[in-house]
Design a protein around this ligand. Structure first.
Ligand code: CA
Length: 354
């Protein structure tokens, strides 16, 4: 039908209104989450709307959730190969495809969300990420932060490193490796089966996100100890763009796509903070037996030693890995001094007296 219409327009020179309202640039986007998944998935729907509005309808994005494309962790390949023009996911899911992708989500004992955003956008982090992903025909932009993730839900208290030995815990990625280094047994279980696994004792503990997304999972009903975070202090989602496609677009379109991603990321971060505050209030009101705990100092020290050894082996893997690790370490050292005399000092010395 379109073809017939087009030839009719070509033959007669008639302007058909349907043609003048069609987008100049039509793009396809795939993300990792189920359709309508709160915060992570809905922010991508917001991104598509923002791009359409910012471009006055000249760019339209079709958003496919994993219900449609059936491959939650296929985003890297989809975008690299051009099956999709854009993807949204977390960089660290693709360590198997590109080992250096590991560094661009969050690192145990690493930067907080605001510190890491400063590294990405002012401290050379985004340039390093693009250096890594350009090898795969991918350009990237930050896509939104969960803010501090909690250390997880535990059925029993952790009082010593010995309590971690043999502990079966759902904790994926680098944090899982760090846990394994102190004797825990990390497992990865699909999100839909987590509650049951914890309830039946298939696992002893799990980490998910924080109150923003934990509340709806119901873990607080069966595991009363909610430990504070150490392994994902600033989990950043990321937009992936097919580089060849991006390079073919006019500058205004590139600008809209990248800046809308950055702004969507800001909106998602703010929403995460808000939802965590709201949901934590609900958990405390409905389940007053839930206790927030800090891991004992000896546990944190053991985890840190395990993390340091793993980072050192990552650093030795390649010159680029070393460049990224060193960039993060030196930026953290600098920015943390400011956080300490700024936010931390305020929270420790001023706010707690209110
Ligand atoms: Ca997590």
């Amino acid at each position: 039908m379109k073809k017939i219409l087009a030839s009719l327009v070509a033959c007669t020179g008639l302007l058909v209104s349907a043609q003048s309202t069609a987008a100049d640039i039509e793009l396809k986007l795939a993300h990792t989450w189920p359709k309508g998944f709160p915060i992570f998935g809905t922010s991508v729907d917001d991104y598509a709307t923002m791009v359409s509005e910012m471009s006055d309808g000249r760019i339209e994005i079709q958003v496919d959730s994993r219900n449609k494309h059936k491959s939650a962790f296929g985003i890297f390949d989809f975008v690299k190969n051009g099956q999709y023009d854009i993807g949204q996911s977390a960089s660290y899911y693709y360590g198997g495809k590109e080992p250096d992708a590991l560094f661009f989500t969050t690192m145990p004992f690493g930067m907080t969300a605001l510190e890491q955003y400063a590294w990405f956008h002012e401290g050379g982090g985004l340039e390093l990420a693009n250096k890594v992903f350009a090898k795969h025909n991918i350009e990237v932009m930050t896509g939104g932060n969960t803010t501090m993730q909690m250390g997880g839900w535990f059925r029993k208290e952790i009082n010593s490193v010995d309590d971690l030995k043999g502990l079966k815990m759902r904790i994926p990625g680098f944090g899982g490796k760090v846990m394994a280094g102190v004797g825990a047994v990390p497992t990865n279980i699909p999100p839909g089966e987590l509650y049951q696994a914890l309830e039946r004792g298939t696992i002893d503990a799990l980490e998910w996100v924080g109150p923003s997304l934990d509340l709806r999972m119901g873990f607080h009903k069966i595991a009363p100890f909610y430990y504070t975070g150490w392994h994902e202090p600033s989990t950043e989602l990321m937009y992936f763009f097919n580089k060849k496609k991006m390079d073919s677009l006019p500058q205004w379109a590139r600008s809209v796509l990248l800046n809308a991603a950055k702004l969507t990321g800001f909106n998602m971060t703010v929403q995460s903070q808000h939802e965590s505050a709201e949901n934590w209030a609900s958990i405390k009101a409905e389940y007053p037996n839930v206790v927030v705990k800090n891991f004992p100092a000896e546990v944190i020290e053991a985890l840190r030693a395990s993390n340091d050894a793993l980072i050192e082996s990552e650093r030795a893997r390649s010159p680029l890995a070393a460049e990224i690790v060193d960039s993060q370490a030196s930026y953290l050292t600098k920015v943390r001094r400011w956080t300490e005399i700024g936010d931390w000092s305020y929270l420790a010395n001023v706010a707690k007296t209110q």
